[in-house]
Design a protein around this ligand. Structure first.
Ligand code: GLY
Length: 371
């Protein structure tokens, strides 16, 4: 006998849970099936909310990204109020320093003096840079924790440790999922399986590995005081941190966290699902980061890790309809999964419940890759 549910979402990343929460918020009954949330790209990301720093071309993708960035403050507020957990949202703005001055300065360009005044400690080689005050960041791991806490609070059922092996379909309709824990059946299915999506469906989503590491700017005593203080993450504490903005260099980004860590990323490698950090991967980041922000050299390294971005041939996600009438896609967010979580949650929930969307999803249709 198959397990029966209303809506099944396959995947354990931020996109999956964002959709589940939005559906639950609108009164739907939702179950998430997930193999291992720790593997999702969510855990590996830097959490930059950076449609401008990422230089996304004007068009539907930029509109979706800007809409999602605008949704962030209220989305986080709702999540934090529900769970009592901080997701580390910080409207810190993003600086994109350059070693050569631009020949065509636009309004977002800051010259050498202005840039160094805005963020002291940058390399003397930095000749200016772009300033995107509306770009922001969230602590992606803290966000994942808050989302996972919010899900049961809104009645979302989560089934972990379960591997979906096959999506079984007949005449253009999914009949059930074959999983490591038996068959599961639903009225509607949503696939949000990130870099692993090609294992389940003939859609071109492939892994693009990113390696990262972090340093800690606080001493152990300061960390202890911070963890045990009611003053945690007050503006006063935050303002004492050496880096006040995300630095988005040409070959590295440097993301200060409000808890005193600094996250440095990320490589971009076509190596399939090859696990692990490599000496050359971390060394290339270390060199690029120390060149941009020399003070980094003195901070103790805290951790290194890697993850797999879900890439597509045109770098755009695949959202909405699928080859099957009762299956919706939310995959391929590539470098922008954390940024796009609120807008994707909203768009996919509305698509599933009303067959409409707050923004047109045509540009993200799966059939753009079919012959
Ligand atoms: N969003 C930044 C990255 O994927 O590395």
């Amino acid at each position: 006998m198959a397990e029966q549910r209303d809506i099944l979402i396959v995947g354990g990343g931020v996109i999956s849970v964002a959709i589940a929460l939005e559906l639950a918020h609108q009164g739907a009954t939702v179950t998430i099936l997930c193999r291992d949330a720790a593997q999702a790209a969510t855990q590996a990301a830097a959490g930059m909310l950076a449609p401008q720093a990422e230089r996304i071309s004007p068009g539907p993708m930029l509109e979706l990204c800007l809409q999602s960035r605008a949704l962030y403050p209220s989305w986080i507020h709702r999540l934090e109020t529900l769970t009592g957990l901080s997701a580390g949202y910080w409207a810190c703005g993003i600086l994109a320093p350059r070693y050569k001055p631009t020949k065509d300065p636009k309004s977002d360009w800051l010259g050498r003096e202005e840039l160094h005044a805005l963020q002291p400690g940058l390399s003397a080689e930095v000749a200016g840079g772009y300033w995107y005050p509306k770009d922001a960041q969230v602590d992606n791991r803290a966000l994942a924790k808050a989302l996972w806490a919010a899900a049961p609070a809104l009645g979302v059922e989560i089934q972990t440790g379960l591997m979906v092996d096959t999506i079984v379909h007949r005449n253009g309709v999914v009949t059930h999922l074959q999983t490591s824990l038996g068959d599961w059946q639903a009225d509607h299915y949503i696939v949000a399986t990130g870099a692993w999506s090609h294992d389940l469906l003939p859609i071109p989503v492939f892994p693009k590995k990113g390696q990262m590491f972090s340093v800690q700017v606080l001493s152990e005593a300061e960390q202890f005081a911070l963890q045990n203080s009611a003053e945690v993450c007050t503006a006063g504490f935050r303002e004492s941190l050496p880096l006040q903005h995300v630095l988005y260099g040409e070959d590295v980004y440097i993301v200060p966290r409000q808890d005193g860590r600094i996250v440095i990323g990320a490589t971009s490698e076509n190596v399939g699902f090859a696990a692990g950090n490599t000496a050359i991967g971390i060394e290339s980041l270390r060199q690029a980061a120390s060149r941009l922000y020399p003070a980094l050299r003195q901070f103790p390294v805290q951790e290194s890790w890697w993850g797999f971005r879900p890439a597509t041939p045109d770098d755009l996600p695949i959202l909405g309809e699928s080859p099957y009438r009762n299956l919706t896609l939310a995959v391929g967010h590539y470098r922008n999964g954390i940024l796009l979580a609120p807008a994707t949650g909203r768009a996919i929930a509305q698509w599933v419940l009303c067959q409409s969307s707050p923004l047109p999803l045509d540009a993200f249709h799966w059939s753009r890759f079919s012959d």
